[in-house]
Ligand binder design. Sequence first.
Ligand SMILES: [Zn+2]
Length: 174
Amino acid sequence: MSCKCNSIVKQAENLKNAKGRIDIIELANSLGLKVYTTAEISVPSFIAYDKENKCYEIFVNSKEKVTRQRFSVAHEIAHFIEHKDKIMEFGIVGRQNDYSLSAKEEAQADTLAANILMPENCLDEYLKNENIGLDTKIDLNIVQKIAKTFEVSLISVIMRLRGLGYYVKYIELY
Ligand SMILES: [Zn+2]
């Protein structure tokens, strides 16, 4: 990970609340980003640059599930960290509105979003407390507990754990 990415994950870690989840709105605000939740948009989220006020704003679709909303905010924060120049150039950058950013850049934002919501240190600490190691066969029950603690979706937990080298048993999610 780049320095910028490491530093945002560190900031996220510091915003972990007593229940174990990262305060993603607080993280956005600490970067000077305003977050608006609205039912008036048709995409999950987007980030916009307000030329007049020279500030960045994240809009999140309130009709989405809370875990999705949290991931969307983290995803837009990731764009702000990694693709700030393009947001300024394009004015608006959004999920499912990929004309402006490449698939690779979207994937980068998804990866960083997962790191922000589930920082490696926080996840390691949690797993250690639960006696889960690299040789543990992680099942749906464990995935659900982690998802609840970090307030993220099951699929993002599975992908994050696998990315860190943990063994997650095949789980039928749909
Ligand atoms: Zn995106």
